[in-house]
Design a protein around this ligand. Structure first.
Ligand code: WQD
Length: 357
């Protein structure tokens, strides 16, 4: 049987590169397209080393409607996984127009091209941010979305609604082969790296997220980790999150693509929480990192960070049942993989520096 082709937009990025590896290992043809605005070719080289495959790659901007259309004209795309978006919460507050323009235009171009090239299955990279400060925890897919606390989070809510409305329109007014089916995966906090340590998170500049800041502090790139707030109403005073291993997260994408391509969807548009269901505090994560990697981390307590929610974690029953997927990696193994990746980056930088001497 001919293999299905999956387009991964933003496939050279942190989550996109891990999903590309798992799709190839699951036997799909994969086309990757990225403009390298928030990553570099290093990740993509790692994907080729892990899979041993030459993967069709297109360097392009998804805000360029013509380029997106050409992509769908060139490849017979059975499913698209859309990662291409900016994702720094703090930066989105400072630069809202940049975020709305980039994150909305890129997704609209994908849906427009898909609907003009015979329909398609669309998997959207959403986020637990859409829940805001949920009153009842853990959150289920039925938990109401609260007003977003950042333009970044708002673009995720808006794109979910764009996908929902596009799916509805194309399944009512068109013949099935032109329809668009959609799944939104709401990630919690992706962390860690591939066990090979050949791909992982490569944040540009000072990391916004906790785990890359921890590993950069441990390797000596950062002087000290600030834990933003230890006066929250939690057991140890620090915020609670649902930290999900990036490889577990990638496998959830393969399960969702299979559900769409094998015709197992029960609705034309479906939403799934992708987390572990286990709340972990910042302090617990730091302590686990120190213990599993046998090191002492330099950290201090600092004032709360604006926009942070006290706690959020997932009810994952729906993904467990309908996708047949469950997070498997322990937070300790994930933190060990994050540290191995940081050390791999240091090795790559040392080799680069010595070759430039
Ligand atoms: C986690 C906890 C911080 C850094 C965001 C987006 C989400 C997703 C992941 C893209 C919080 C604390 C952090 C630091 C700290 N983004 N922290 N010191 O904000 O939960 O989620 O990133 O996919 O959509 O909303 O993640 O890692 O920034 O913070 O104490 O130097 O770590 O206060 O409690 P967050 P995070």
């Amino acid at each position: 049987m001919a293999k299905n082709t999956v387009l991964v937009s933003g496939g050279a990025g942190y989550i996109g590169s891990h999903v590309t590896v798992e799709l190839i290992e699951a036997g799909y043809n994969v086309v990757v397209a990225d403009n390298f605005s928030n990553c570099d070719a290093t990740c993509f080289e790692g994907v080729k080393k892990i899979t041993g495959k030459k993967i069709p790659f297109v360097e392009m901007d998804f805000c360029d409607a013509e380029a997106v259309n050409d992509l769908f004209a060139k490849y017979k795309i059975d499913a698209v996984i859309h990662f291409a978006a900016f994702k720094a919460v703090g930066e989105s507050v400072e630069k809202p127009v940049l975020y709305y323009k980039n994150n909305l235009c890129s997704f609209l171009n994908v849906l427009d091209a898909a609907s003009h090239h015979g329909g398609c299955n669309v998997l959207f990279s959403s986020s637990a941010t859409v829940y805001g400060e949920a009153e009842n925890l853990p959150v289920t897919e039925k938990t109401p979305r609260l007003p977003a606390t950042s333009p970044y989070g708002n673009t995720k809510q808006i794109c979910e609604d764009i996908l929902r409305d596009t799916v509805k329109a194309t399944n009512v007014n068109r013949s099935p082969e032109w329809a668009i089916k959609g799944i939104a995966l709401r990630y919690f906090n992706p962390i860690g790296a591939h066990p090979s340590a050949l791909i992982g998170e490569l944040p540009r500049g000072v990391p916004n997220n906790l785990v890359p800041f921890i590993t950069q502090t441990a390797i000596g790139k950062r002087e000290c980790l600030s834990i933003f707030g230890n006066d929250y109403p939690t057991a140890d005073g620090t915020c609670l999150r649902d930290y999900i291993d990036v490889v577990d997260l990638a496998k959830a994408h393969v399960a969702a693509v299979a559900r769409m391509l094998e015709g197992r969807m029960e609705e034309d548009y479906e939403i799934f929480n992708i987390g572990t269901g286990r709340p972990v505090s910042v302090y617990e994560l730091v302590s686990a990192f120190e213990k599993v990697n046998g090191l002492k981390l330099n950290y201090k307590y600092a004032p709360r960070r604006a926009g942070d929610v006290v706690a959020i974690w997932a009810d994952t029953a729906l993904a467990n049942e309908k996708l047949g997927w469950k997070a498997e990696r322990s937070v300790e193994d994930t933190l060990a993989s994050a540290w191995a990746w940081e050390k791999h980056i240091a090795e790559m930088e040392a080799v680069k520096a010595s070759s430039e001497e």
